[in-house]
Ligand binder design. Structure first.
Ligand code: ADP
Ligand code: MG
Length: 618
């Protein structure tokens, strides 16, 4: 397959372009490249010698965006405008995160519980894709600044447990940041590559990758054979990490002094100061046996043995996850040949000790655990660039394949550069009540609107029995076989109605057409994603109007005249917003209508429930 570089500044094509590796982390992110002389991966550092960029975004009142260390300072002074842990939201609905909603000190919109989450800052709404793109943009600019050359191509890592939607969203974030994302790879795979594992195709290995970061923990069991990485099992806790260790130290110090946790909450400045001291203590205790400093004249002391006592339960939890992962992989601890340590928190000696003890062998910790994932991504990037000739690339599909969804949007099922053969299925539903058929239109290309892509095939799934909108479950599956032939199937799961079609996906596609399609997708990324956001906002708005209308028709007698009048005018305002090209305005009007209808909708629901209990029909 042809490899082309695109210079976004000039819009021209260029050969021999640099490809960076990016670790887009929950707490910290960084970018890495292969050094042209030594051929070794290096993490790019700014003059302050820091390679890590905190994954934090601050929006000031004028809409300016700051990412990284300066944004971190705003966590306390401007919590509502400072977004951290955006990675936890990517590809998720509010329902997915509701149990941990209190974790976020900024506003996560909760009225559409099924759709993808959004974050509100002031009167603007951001998707996690946009938020991640701000971090990626910062990394891209940093790399360009340090390397003094345009950087347009990247390999980005994601946790092994990320599902298809989360991977696709990460890809979109890269595109929005002006990056051609050549591949999304698993963090544990990248970490293994950084130790040279998998680079010798004749050696098979079973590997455990133990990743303890700032706020998340995961362990993956990988099998490498013939240079192919397979994830046998993953386990972990997405709310467990180094931050919890910091909090345990804070609690310990509060217990030692006369300060209560409530008092701590009252004094945010002090809370932040003591948390920073706790983090410093933890880091120091990875090297020495005692930490001793002062804060506002008070002594803060902690020894390594006390620290280890505090974090013991947390470490045990991670070991239990290792045990569960092994069980899922049907392996014994002794089957694991290599243990790779990833994440800043694996510097804690007790962690190393316990992991080594559990697997019964020494852990690999010689590569910097903060940088290892990005370093591995750079190695993968180098392989993709064709510089590492011994490693044969797997066959990949050159353009994304997907179907048309509401509003003419392209919903990608198989992203470009996916290994083939490849199979995937996803569920869709109907939009109208009693809809008896669904049209499946298959497209190929990188643009967000299907009209800009190439149509491959179209067929109708008919005979769906009459059901209310949203009830039918239509499963669409794509099977791309090794010859590049795509079989698309659609099946309504409740009734069993099914239909399928065979498409030859790469027919007639010359290198020139391919180059043009890819170039178009990058140069139009910004407007494409803006259009997508607008179309999605409109679809959401239209759906809300239709459900509200139905609700009012049915329940008008239960509403006060004030409620009816206010609702009518909020609906009118939303209707008007739908005719304009402003997604933030649409979201604002959706919010307003939701705020207004929520109380009476709940009231009517409660009445329905209590009437049902009395055996009445309403
Ligand atoms: P993520 O993958 O979640 O973005 P990182 O791998 O960057 O996170 O890990 C960040 C965590 O590592 C923080 O909690 C930080 O305090 C911790 N950390 C960094 N250095 C050390 C150290 N020397 N000892 C203990 N913990 C450390
Ligand atoms: Mg990480």
């Amino acid at each position: 397959m042809a490899k082309i570089g695109i210079n976004i500044a000039t819009g021209s094509l260029q050969k021999e372009e640099i490809i960076v590796g990016i670790d887009l982390g929950t707490t910290n992110s960084l970018v890495s490249v292969i050094h042209p002389d030594t051929k070794q991966p290096i993490a790019l550092k700014e003059h302050n010698n820091a390679s890590l960029v905190p994954s934090i975004i601050y929006f000031d009142e004028f809409g300016n965006i700051t990412v990284g260390e300066p944004a971190k300072d705003k966590l306390i002074s401007a919590p509502q405008n400072t977004i951290f842990s955006a990675k936890r939201l990517i590809g998720k609905s509010f329902n997915d995160i509701k149990e941990n909603a209190s974790f976020f000190s900024y506003k996560v919109i909760d009225d559409n519980k099924e759709g993808l989450v959004k974050v509100q800052v002031g009167d603007k709404f951001y998707s996690p894709v946009e938020l991640s793109s701000f971090i990626l943009k910062e990394l891209k600019q940093r790399a360009e600044h340090i390397l003094k050359t345009p950087v347009n191509k990247a390999v980005i890592t994601v946790p092994a447990y990320f599902n298809d939607a989360q991977r696709q969203a990460t890809r979109d974030a890269g595109k929005l940041a002006g990056l051609d994302v050549l591949r999304i790879i698993n963090e544990p795979t990248a970490a293994s590559l950084a130790y040279g594992l998998g680079l010798n195709k004749t050696v098979d290995k079973t590997i455990a990758v133990y990743d303890l970061g700032g706020g998340t923990f995961d362990v993956s069991i990988l099998k490498i054979s013939n240079g192919i990485f397979e994830v046998l099992a993953t386990n972990g806790d997405t709310y467990l990490g180094g931050d919890d260790m910091d909090n345990l130290i804070v609690k310990y110090w509060l217990n030692q002094s006369a300060i209560s946790e409530d008092e701590l909450k009252m004094n945010q400045q002090f809370a932040q100061a003591i948390r920073l001291k706790a983090q410093a203590a933890k880091i120091k205790l990875s090297e020495t046996d005692i930490f001793e400093e002062e804060l506002n004249g008070d002594k803060l002391i902690i020894t390594r043995s006390i620290f280890e006592e505090l974090i013991e339960p947390l470490v045990t939890k991670t070991i239990n996850s290792c045990r569960a992962a092994l069980k899922d992989a049907s392996l014994k601890a002794s089957d694991v040949e290599v243990i790779v340590m990833v994440g800043g928190s694996t510097r804690v000696p007790l962690v190393k000790e316990r992991v080594s003890q559990f697997f019964g062998r020494q852990v690999n910790d010689s590569v910097n655990p903060d940088e290892i994932v990005a370093l591995g991504a750079a190695i993968q990037a180098d392989i993709l660039a064709g510089n590492n000739k011994e490693l044969l690339l797997l066959d990949v599909t050159p353009l994304s394949l997907g179907i048309e969804t509401m509003g003419g949007l392209m919903d990608v099922l198989i992203p470009r550069n996916s290994k083939i053969p490849h199979s995937i299925s996803r569920q869709y539903t109907t939009y109208k009540d009693g809809q008896g058929g669904i049209k499946i239109s298959v497209f190929q290309g990188e643009r967000d609107m299907v009209n800009d892509n190439r149509k491959l095939a179209e067929f109708n799934l008919t005979g769906i029995p009459g059901m209310p909108a949203g009830l039918p479950k239509v499963e669409v599956s794509f099977l791309l076989n090794a010859d590049g032939i795509l079989v698309v199937k659609a099946k309504e799961l409740r009734s069993g109605v099914a239909q399928s079609i065979e498409v030859r996906s790469q027919l007639d596609l010359t290198d020139d057409t391919l180059e043009k399609m890819l170039l178009d997708s990058i140069t139009h990324a910004k407007e494409d994603i803006a259009t997508r956001a607008l179309v999605e906002a409109r679809t959401e708005g239209e759906q809300l109007l239709s459900t509200t209308e139905k609700f009012i028709q049915k329940n008008a007698s239960l509403l006060s005249s004030d409620e009816l009048v206010l609702t009518a005018s909020a609906m009118q305002a939303l209707q008007l917003a739908l005719t304009m090209n402003d997604k933030d305005l649409i979201h604002t009007k959706i919010e307003e209508l939701n705020e207004l209808s929520r109380p009476y909708a709940e009231r009517v629901m409660d009445m329905a429930v209590s009437n049902a209990m009395k055996g009445k029909v309403i």
